[in-house]
Design a protein around this ligand. Structure first.
Ligand SMILES: [Zn+2]
Ligand SMILES: [Zn+2]
Length: 152
């Protein structure tokens, strides 16, 4: 299954956008493919799908550093407004960082340029952070204990 939580294989889903063989047809599809790009550390794709404004606010090096340090475990789509322009997607992206389960809860806006959907801006919402103990079930969904799976 693809990282974005779809029922499709990665190569038939976000992989086809990240490798450039297809273009995401709407903002939600683009958003999911950017999440998968974080999972696979496809930094080039993350940068290429940012608007000029977004690149001003997120330096490519910072994006790369974050994608390498964080292990993303789950994406939850909270709300979308794809008929609005800029289109809006609200999501929660869970990731492991320094043995804590963290979450980015963001409402992002997306614009379209020359037929390409681009990430433009985001408003972060407060999100709890949970320190994991070694015997917790691993949040990556493996059904193993954290200490035997993604703990560092
Ligand atoms: Zn996908
Ligand atoms: Zn795990």
């Amino acid at each position: 299954m693809c990282y974005c939580g779809s029922e499709k294989q990665y190569v038939d889903c976000c992989g086809s956008f990240i490798d450039g063989s297809e273009l995401p047809g709407d903002a939600l599809t683009l958003m999911k493919s950017r999440y998968s790009a974080f999972c696979t550390q496809a930094i080039g794709y993350l940068v290429a799908t940012c608007s000029v404004t977004a690149l001003k606010n997120n330096q490519a090096e910072d994006v790369a550093e974050f994608a390498e340090a964080a292990k993303f475990t789950k994406l939850e789509i909270i709300d979308t407004d794809l008929s609005a322009y800029p289109a809006e997607v609200e999501f929660k992206a869970y990731y492991l960082f320094a043995n804590s389960l963290c979450c980015i809860h963001e409402r992002s806006t997306f614009i379209q340029q020359d037929g390409h959907w681009l990430y433009d801006a985001g408003t972060l919402m407060p999100a709890p952070e949970r320190k994991l103990s070694r015997n917790d079930a691993c949040p990556c969904g493996s059904e193993k204990k954290f200490k035997k799976c993604c703990s560092s």
